[in-house]
Design a binder for this molecule. Structure first.
Ligand code: NAD
Length: 256
C-alpha cells in the first residue's frame, strides 16, 4: 500500500518509534530511522528491517533537541512523504522543583522538534500533492497527571500543532493528526516492572493491573504494533479525510 513512499520516523531506534517503522515497512514504505546516537547497532537495526521487509531503510543520526538537526534530518533524507514525529523524553517532579533544563529539554524534543521537521517536510509534500504527518502525542495530550508539567504541556502543544498544520494543508492531499497512546509496553516500561513488583510486594500481573494500569480501564497495555497499525491506517486512503484530529489508543483512559 505504501510502496514508493518514504517515511521518516524520529526517535525510532527503540520502543514505539521502532514499532511504527516496522509497520510502515511491512506496508511497503521505505523508512528512515533516527535517534541522536550513531552506533553500529543503530545502523544494524536499519539493515535488519530492510532485509525482513524488502524495502530501503536508512539510519540518520540527528539530535531532536536541536532545531538545525531537526531540519537537517529532513534535508539529509531528501524529504519524505510520511513524517512521524515520535522522539520523546519524560521527567517527573513538582512544578516548583522542576529543573529549568529539564523543562527546556522536554519542550524541545517532545514539541519544538515536530515544528521544525514539519516545516522542513511540508514544501516537498506540497510539490508532490500528498503527505502524512503523524504526531505521537499521548493520553497526556488530552488529560493531565501531577508532576508531569513539561510532558503534559508539550503533548497538549503537539495536539494543537497537529490541528494547525491540518488546517494549513487542508485540500492539498496532506493530512496531519496526533495518535494519543495510553500506557504502551515498550522496553522502557518493561524495565520498570521488576522494580514495581519489589516496591509493592506484588506479582507481575497484579503490579501491572493494580499499579501501572490504574488509569487504563482495559487494564491492558497498548502495544507498539497497535500504535504502528494506527499510523498505517492514517497513511491509507481510508483516512484521506481524517485530519486535524486525535486518535486515542488508550484502553479507555480518556473516556473516564
Ligand atoms: P523510548 O524511550 O523507547 O523511545 C524514545 C525514542 O526517542 C528513542 O528512540 C530515543 O532514542 C529517542 N530520543 C530521545 N531523545 C532524542 C533526541 N534528543 N533526538 C532524537 N531521538 C531522541 O520511549 P517510547 O515509550 O517508545 O516513547 C516514544 C514516544 O511515545 C514518545 O514521544 C512518548 O512520549 C510517546 N508515548 C509513550 C507512551 C508509553 O507508554 N510508552 C505513552 C504515550 C506516549
Amino acid at each position: 500500500m505504501l510502496k514508493r513512499k518514504t517515511a521518516i520516523v524520529t526517535g525510532s531506534n527503540s520502543g514505539i518509534g521502532l514499532g511504527v517503522a516496522e509497520e510502515l515497512a511491512r506496508a511497503g514504505a521505505d523508512v528512515v530511522l533516527n535517534s541522536f546516537t550513531d552506533r553500529p547497532e543503530d545502523h544494524a537495526l536499519a539493515a535488519d528491517l530492510a532485509a525482513r521487509h524488502g524495502v530501503q531503510v536508512r539510519y540518520i543520526a540527528a539530535d531532536m533537541s536541536k532545531a538545525a538537526d531537526c531540519r537537517g534530518l529532513i534535508e539529509k533524507a531528501g524529504g519524505c512523504d510520511i513524517l512521524v514525529n515520535n522522539a520523546g523524553v519524560q521527567f517527573v517532579a513538582p512544578v516548583e522543583a522542576f529543573p529549568t533544563e529539564k523543562w527546556d529539554q522536554i519542550i524541545a524534543i517532545n514539541l519544538s522538534s515536530a515544528f521544525h521537521t514539519t516545516a522542513a517536510a511540508l514544501p516537498g509534500m506540497r510539490l508532490r500533492g500528498w503527505g502524512r504527518v503523524v504526531n505521537i502525542a499521548s493520553a497526556h495530550g488530552l488529560t493531565a497527571s501531577p508532576f508531569k508539567s513539561a510532558y503534559v504541556a508539550a503533548k497538549h502543544g503537539i495536539v494543537g500543532l497537529s490541528k494547525t498544520v491540518a488546517l494549513e494543508c487542508a485540500g492539498e492531499g496532506i493530512t496531519c493528526n496526533a495518535i494519543c497512546p495510553g500506557y504502551v509496553l515498550t522496553p522502557l516500561v518493561e524495565a520498570q516492572i521488576p522494580d514495581q513488583m519489589k516496591v509493592h510486594g506484588m506479582d507481575r500481573d497484579t503490579v501491572i493491573r493494580e499499579v501501572m494500569l490504574l488509569r487504563q480501564p482495559s487494564r491492558q497495555f497498548a502495544t507498539v504494533e497497535q500504535i504502528g497499525g494506527t499510523a498505517v491506517y492514517l497513511c491509507s486512503p481510508a483516512a484521506d479525510q481524517v485530519t486535524g484530529t486525535t486518535i486515542s489508543v488508550d484502553g479507555g483512559w480518556t473516556a473516564l
